[in-house]
Design a protein around this ligand. Structure first.
Ligand SMILES: C[S@@+](CC[C@H](N)C(=O)[O-])C[C@H]1O[C@@H](n2cnc3c(N)ncnc32)[C@H](O)[C@@H]1O
Length: 217
């Protein structure tokens, strides 16, 4: 995990990559609903109350998580994603699901726009920490915006996932793709979240993803 740098990384490649793939995410949510790891994440969040809560969804994609929480009684949500294509699809779902008046979208790198984002009771980062180079900055900015519950998923910390990620990273470097995923030190990430004042209250996993829900102590 890079902890030295205070400069946010360049994200144009990530924007292009996920904007291009946003159709796939849109189809997945429209046809199949929440992915398994998202269901597990919401299970953990629901252990704490959701009603009347302010939600912050960082790397919100097409909006599956925060839109579901709004339908379940959350008060308001902010969805931030640096991929324009993802946010466009999220706006479409918000309108269809009848919660457009309860959600604000911001296109941009959360680290760079965080000063304009209000604090939230519940913050979520689903499959985001492995898409951003400066994990330390992302953790600092996102935890400092969180009043109660901090929920995230990250790639499972095992040999198969590490090999899969590192092979993918090598491939993207070789063919000079502008977006690449990141394999961070996930154990160190947990320690950092604990140092920021959070206690792990829920943990589950799918084959590929580790699901963690923390509560501010
Ligand atoms: C793998 S996708 C997951 C999307 C959504 N959370 C889901 O699970 O369907 C990761 C998303 O995080 C976004 N992202 C990555 N780093 C970000 C950052 N620093 N600020 C805002 N969005 C970010 C990407 O643009 C991408 O849409």
């Amino acid at each position: 995990m890079s902890s030295c740098c205070t400069t946010p990384p360049t994200t144009e490649g990530t924007n292009k990559f996920f904007s291009r793939h946003s159709k796939r995410y849109e189809k997945q949510f429209r046809k199949k609903g929440l992915a398994k790891e998202q269901q597990l994440l919401l299970n953990g969040i629901r252990k704490e109350s959701v009603a009347d809560q302010q939600v912050l969804d960082i790397g919100c994609g097409v909006g599956a998580l925060h839109l579901t929480l709004l339908q379940e009684g959350a008060k308001q949500s902010v969805g931030v994603d640096l991929a324009e294509g993802m946010v466009e699809k999220a706006r479409g779902f918000a309108a269809k699901m009848g919660v457009a008046d309860k959600v604000n979208y911001i296109v941009g790198d959360f680290v760079q726009v965080s000063k304009t984002v209000p604090d939230a009771d519940i913050t979520m980062l689903d499959k985001v920490v492995c898409c951003y180079e400066n994990l330390d900055l992302l953790l600092r900015e996102s935890t400092s915006h969180t009043k109660r519950v901090y929920a995230l998923t990250h790639p499972k910390n095992n040999f198969i996932m590490e090999l899969a990620f590192k092979t993918h990273i090598l491939f993207t470097k070789l063919v000079r793709v502008k977006f690449r995923p990141y394999w961070h030190d996930w154990t160190q990430m947990r320690s950092r979240i604990a140092e920021m004042g959070f206690q792990l209250v829920h943990e589950q996993a799918t084959f590929s993803w580790q699901v963690l829900v923390y509560k501010r102590v």
